[in-house]
Design a protein around this ligand. Structure first.
Ligand SMILES: [Zn+2]
Length: 113
């Protein structure tokens, strides 16, 4: 259910970005989501439709979702790697001593106008 506030903040950010500029239509919004953030693209689309219905520049934009990679660093050998699926051991030294940084649940990568 946390798609509602997150979708609202996405809309606010885009409104801010296009404010004062002569932009009549946002065609596409490219979003990056954390594969483990529990974000449901369909819910985001649903809330987007709801929240943008009174925003002529935004209301028909297409939302495109891409999964962001997870950054992992091995504490043991220092190897850094990026994956879509969490792993339990370093691919090089097999150590389980990993530092995992999950991306934000959802961020705007770019907008197309
Ligand atoms: Zn390692």
């Amino acid at each position: 259910m946390h798609e509602f506030p997150i979708t609202k903040s996405i809309i606010d950010i885009i409104k801010e970005k296009i404010a004062g500029k002569d932009i009549k239509k946002v065609l596409r919004i490219n979003l990056l989501i954390n594969p483990y953030g529990g974000i449901e693209p369909d819910s985001v689309k649903f809330y987007y439709k709801l929240l943008s219905k009174n925003e002529p520049a935004l209301k028909n934009a297409i939302l495109v979702f891409k999964k962001e990679k997870i950054k992992i660093q091995c504490i043991n050998c220092g190897r850094c790697f990026e994956v879509f699926k969490l792993v339990s051991a370093c691919s090089k030294c097999k150590s389980k001593n990993l530092s995992v940084s999950l991306p934000k649940d959802m961020v705007i990568k770019s907008i197309e106008i």
